[in-house]
Design a protein around this ligand. Structure first.
Ligand code: AHM
Ligand code: MG
Length: 340
């Protein structure tokens, strides 16, 4: 579409259609689903933008399946994403951080859906009350159970390398949606004037080596020795490798990951005493960012295994996460190997 000012604007929907046209065999089901994700993101974005103005912040009086406080906006985001995804008719079930069990759709259209959808509807929500960026993380798999039947938990327990698409929405100083369908990574910025996500970051590539490390160093005493040694390495002086690196940690995975993706860096959430298996969830936090990182030229591991090859045994399974620029992930892996 040519804009009258002479520059080209590609909206998310246009982009999705263009990509679909490159695949004549495609039936458009994934395109419809991506469109509905965009719609839900806009609804949630609007609510988050108004969060300081209305009495929406605070506890919803429930505790989520991880035992953490649920904020009202988590509930709002969860409900709206579920509704939008069901409306697409392409998904037979959803796994969400906010729901202990999978949510299955029993209408005929959805039962025939080819996909299952995994999400953290509002990641980093403990930051909302202080106006720090939060995000939605999502991931799409082809179902393994027969179409027409009720979806099963096993549909979700696939390794991350089976993801058909994954992405996130970051509700930040501007709102962005970044996603991959396994053909590179593209980013879209929401233009609030026209209410459309517009292609702003085509073909995102992450630097092979960055200068930022992101980790909650308050947990230092509980870190594995390999991680402690890697932090020491990051802080040493070596102009040839641009060290010491810069430390940046927002405490909001989507924001920390997004910055490092664009600028180069590594995000680490290792196992700690209070979180012996790590804190972040494999299916709807680690695998989606791992898929995006790899598609942008980066890497992700749980410390010993490529993240996308970790076999899930539980919907809400936690894993240590090391993700970011390829050479930095390799380096931390070497330290973990050296100091087991
Ligand atoms: P949440 O899904 O309950 O919001 O928790 C996940 C968040 C991530 O966004 C962030 O990387 C991490 O928890 C921060 O944890 P910590 O405060 O322990 O550093
Ligand atoms: Mg989360």
């Amino acid at each position: 579409m040519k804009a009258s000012a002479g520059y080209q604007i590609v909206t998310l929907n246009e982009f999705i259609i263009n990509r679909q046209e490159e695949h004549p065999e495609a039936r458009g089901d994934l395109s419809r689903l991506l469109h509905h994700i965009g719609v839900a993101a806009k609804i949630v974005n609007k609510k988050i933008n108004k969060a300081g103005l209305v009495d929406i912040l605070g506890e919803a009086g429930e505790v989520n399946v991880q035992g953490e406080d649920v904020k009202k906006l988590d509930v709002f985001a969860n409900d709206h994403f579920i509704a939008a995804i069901q409306a697409s008719g392409e998904v037979c079930a959803i796994a969400s951080e906010e729901n202990q069990e999978i949510v299955t759709f029993d209408d005929g259209l959805s039962r025939d859906g080819h996909y299952v959808f995994c999400m953290d509807p509002l990641d980093g929500s403990s930051n909302i009350e202080v106006n720090v960026s939060v995000g939605t993380i999502f991931s799409i798999y082809r179902r393994t159970s027969p179409e027409g039947e009720r979806a099963q938990v096993s549909d979700f327990l696939q390794t991350g390398d089976h993801q058909v698409a994954a992405g996130y929405v970051i509700y930040g100083s501007s709102t962005m949606m970044v996603y991959t369908t396994g053909n590179g990574v593209d980013g879209f910025t929401l233009d609030p004037g026209i209410g459309e996500f517009c292609l702003s970051h085509p073909g995102i590539r992450t630097p092979d080596e960055g200068r930022i490390y992101s980790i909650n160093e308050g947990n230092y005493v509980h870190f594995p020795m390999g991680v402690k040694q890697y932090i020491k390495y990051c802080q040493e002086i070596d102009p040839d490798t641009h060290r010491p690196y810069t430390s940046r940690y927002i405490g909001s995975l989507v924001s920390d990951f997004h910055r490092n993706l664009l600028m180069g860096g590594i995000f680490i959430y290792p196992q700690t005493q209070s979180a012996p298996k790590g804190k972040l969830r494999l299916i709807y936090e680690c695998n989606p960012v791992a898929f995006i990182a790899e598609q942008a030229g980066g890497a992700a591991t749980n410390g010993s295994t490529r993240m996308l090859e970790v076999i899930p045994d539980d919907l809400h399974q936690r894993v240590p996460l090391y993700v970011g620029s390829r050479k930095m992930v390799d380096k931390v892996k070497a330290f973990l190997h050296q100091y087991p």
